[in-house]
Design a protein around this ligand. Structure first.
Ligand SMILES: [Zn+2]
Length: 770
């Protein structure tokens, strides 16, 4: 049997030890070889080993010896950087530091054919030991390379357990990311504390049985399709994080949720990452507002807490103390402006001290162009955002003041939604060590001009960008080609950190891997990227075609989201067009004009949407005909599957849209007349033939991550239930309709009667009419 030896030293740091573990484990998966790890010099080890991998830093003797034997030099300097040198059967992984040794080891594994992704990795089939040619020097072009799994919806980490966090953190480390970031809304069960003798009670993770975001709750046992993926959840008939399902009281909700998050932070530290936790300081827990002295509150119903008040200081001190006590290992505490709380949308407190604060800290009046691109600008009121900026600044200064006392050795950052416009103007008011960070415009094609706000701000700045957005949460969102202009600006302005936000893992694999790579190899083009990742799976001939298919797919994305401005095309629980139309047919009756207008706009574009998706599918099909399948797991098949899913969604959209228009025609009056029954029949037929069930079954065919589980929940709880209600709604109208019209529905085109549907099949759409 071939032998592989991995050599480190007794002085090896924790990340070098991790590197050796990873090399050993992956070597065992790559090759049928005996793999040893040793902590001694390389002398004499090279001779009989098929491969000897020496890992460490330049000053360590075994690395010096190995480089001497190789006749090579390597002296990486920058933190995290590394050099690989090899000849014959020896490879030296030389890190500038402990982290560099780990990242260099991952680079070596990539040279050996491994491809790392957020959701896992792709490996060549097992074979004999190979020794790659290597002479590589690599240093990061972005110092802090971060990721932020984003809690709120069922498609994201709100449903994760500890193990899910650990797995994603391991994957992120393999992508050479070194900053793990979490943000928590005030309504989430992280950040328990005591204020005036009371503990927090009003926070929870969403599950398939909760109703936040206007979600429809449902039982797994009622799912029409995909139940087989929820075996672990059937006992409770609920999908969600264990911490949410198992908790029986508010205190326990916090305790269990915080234990998972604490484990995640600890694990990230073990993987060499910096960590940051954030709370929305301008939006304190709802249940504590009533405890605040009425004289310290402002605004309608006293929603606001005066940031100058003693109660505000006491409250925030308690909150931050809770955070520091529960998560002491975190490096940076991030003070966020609220996304959804009232403080973001209103002018500040009118008390004398707050008024004086605003006079002493003037900010310009911003225009919408300062804040957002044209697509997102449709949903924001610039006046509100401008008015709330100083309130945010007040809370940040208060939070910073408290943190300096509680945790003088920790870093403090501020963050918010699209607040980079504040950077230059707010900077003079902020202590110099406060990090500025901001989520950037969700439309990646519109983001680059807004990044100009980072220019010339002389302090640490982080950019928060998106691997996916939540407006099309269950559709694929490939947009690798949108990132280079963002990366170019980030480099030009010397942005210190980039944090990539996401919910799902498998769907964002390419967005994540590409951005992770370009933070080291800024010249890597999207086309080179896709050719590589398809090439290792399908061979070079197919890779050219597949890269072309992805280019078509990404151009489609750009057209849909940017050119048409349909960022909000479908949401996981709230596809604006389909669900609204269904909701009105099922529950509310006549479809309102603005929804009809939206439907008509969508229907107008369906031929083009369909044609473009068909083009993508055809290009992927052609690529597959040229493929020499080199790896197991059918990774490229993921895209083929998701395009098919997408096409089914478009079919559903068309059917539901046509049904809604016909329904509108039929329901102009209080009840359909005989002549309108024909329109009602058209509505029913369009709806009945909508492939809603097939759509859900299609996803159930290929569930790849917890995000897909969340989507299955949403499709069942939201789409399917509304679909059934809509069919029921129409049949209710038939009860009031002319009898003759009703009967036409039962008659099939060939003149025979539609058979009644009974038994288990009654759950199918056909069963709505029997
Ligand atoms: Zn005030």
């Amino acid at each position: 049997m071939q032998r592989v030896t991995i050599v480190s030293s007794p002085e090896a740091g924790p990340l070098t030890r991790r590197a050796c573990e990873e090399l050993r484990d992956f070597a065992g998966r790559l090759w049928a070889a005996e793999v040893d790890t040793v902590e001694s010099g390389p002398a004499g080890l090279e001779a009989d080993a098929a491969l000897c991998i020496v890992v460490g830093t330049p000053e360590q003797p075994h690395v010096r010896d190995a480089l001497g034997n190789l006749g090579a030099q390597a002296s990486p300097v920058e933190s995290g950087s590394y050099a690989l040198r090899g000849k014959d059967n020896v490879v030296a992984v030389v890190g500038a530091d402990d982290a560099g040794a780990l990242y260099g080891s991952y680079e070596l594994l990539e040279l050996l054919g491994v491809r790392f992704y957020l959701s896992g990795e792709s490996l060549p089939r097992r074979g004999p030991v190979t020794v790659p040619p290597c002479d590589i020097d690599r240093a990061p072009v972005v110092r802090l390379r971060g990721f932020m799994p984003y809690t709120d919806f069922l498609t994201g980490p709100s449903t994760w357990d500890k193990e899910d966090y650990l797995r994603v953190i391991d994957s992120a480390a393999r992508l050479k990311l070194n900053l793990f970031s979490m943000h928590f809304y005030t309504f989430e069960p992280v950040g328990q504390f005591t204020f005036k003798g009371q503990r927090r009670t009003e926070a929870f993770w969403d599950t398939s049985r909760t109703t936040r975001w206007h979600k429809r709750p449902g039982r797994i046992s009622d799912f029409v399709a995909g139940r087989e993926h929820f075996a672990d959840y059937l006992a409770d008939d609920t999908f969600g994080a264990r911490s949410a399902i198992d908790a029986t009281a508010p205190e326990e909700r916090f305790r269990l949720a915080e234990a998972d998050i604490r484990a995640a932070f600890a694990h990230a530290k073990e993987r060499g990452m910096r960590t940051t936790i954030g709370i929305e300081v301008t939006d304190p827990p709802l249940e504590f507002r009533a405890l605040v002295d009425p004289g310290s509150r402002y605004g309608e119903n006293g929603f606001g807490i005066c940031p100058s008040s003693a109660d505000a200081r006491e409250l925030l001190t308690g909150w931050l103390t809770g955070l520091i006590t529960t998560f002491p290992e975190v490096d940076t505490y991030t003070l966020w402006q609220t996304e959804t709380g009232p403080s973001r949308w209103t002018a500040g407190c009118t008390c004398e001290r707050c008024t004086r604060f605003r006079a002493e800290h003037p900010l310009p009046r911003y225009t919408i162009d300062d804040l957002l691109g044209k697509v997102s600008a449709q949903v924001y009121d610039v006046e509100d955002i401008t008015e709330s900026a100083q309130t945010f600044l007040q809370w940040v200064l208060l939070g910073h003041d408290i943190l300096r006392e509680l945790a003088p050795d920790k870093q403090v950052a501020l963050a918010g939604w699209y607040i980079e416009h504040l950077f230059r103007d707010a900077s003079p008011y902020l202590p110099e060590e406060v990090v500025l960070s901001s989520m950037t415009e969700v439309d990646p094609w519109e983001a680059p001009p807004l990044l100009d706000h980072y220019q010339g701000v002389d302090r640490e700045r982080w950019l928060i960008n998106w691997w996916e957005i939540d407006f099309r949460m269950w559709l694929p969102q490939p947009k690798v080609s949108a990132y280079p202009p963002i990366m170019a600006k980030a480099r030009r302005y010397g942005i210190d950190g980039i944090i990539w936000q996401h919910w799902r893992t498998r769907t964002v694999d390419d967005n994540a891997r590409y951005t992770a790579l370009v933070m080291w190899q800024p010249d890597l083009t999207p086309d080179e990227y896709y050719r590589d990742v398809f090439g290792v799976e399908w061979g070079e001939a197919a890779a050219i075609e597949a890269a072309e298919a992805m280019r078509l797919f990404e151009r489609y994305e750009q057209w849909l989201c940017h050119d048409l401005g349909w960022q909000v095309f479908t949401q996981d629980w709230y596809p604006p067009t389909i669900n609204q139309a269904l909701e009105f047919m099922g529950v509310h009756g006549a479809v309102p004009p603005q929804i009809v207008a939206d439907i008509e706009a969508k229907l107008d574009e369906i031929p083009r949407i369909r044609a473009r998706l068909a083009e993508v599918r055809e290009a992927l099909r052609v690529a597959r005909t040229k493929a020499v399948v080199l790896r197991d797991g059918d990774r490229p098949g993921f895209w083929e599957h998701r395009v098919e899913l997408y096409q089914l969604f478009i079919d559903c959209l068309e059917h539901v849209g046509e049904a809604a228009l016909a329904y509108r025609d039929a329901t102009c009056g209080d009840r359909p007349t005989a002549s309108e029954t024909q329109a009602l029949k058209r509505a029913y037929e369009a709806l009945r033939t909508a492939p809603v069930l097939q759509l859900i079954q299609k996803l159930a065919e290929r569930v790849e991550d917890r995000g897909d589980l969340g989507t299955l929940v949403n499709l069942n709880n939201e789409l399917w239930s509304r679909y059934r209600d809509a069919l029921d709604g129409i049949t209710r109208w038939f009860t009031d309709a002319a009898v003759g019209g009703l009967w036409t529905l039962r008659i099939l085109p060939d003149g025979t009667l539609r058979p009644p549907v009974i038994g288990p099949d009654a759950l199918r759409p056909e069963g709505q009419w029997s």
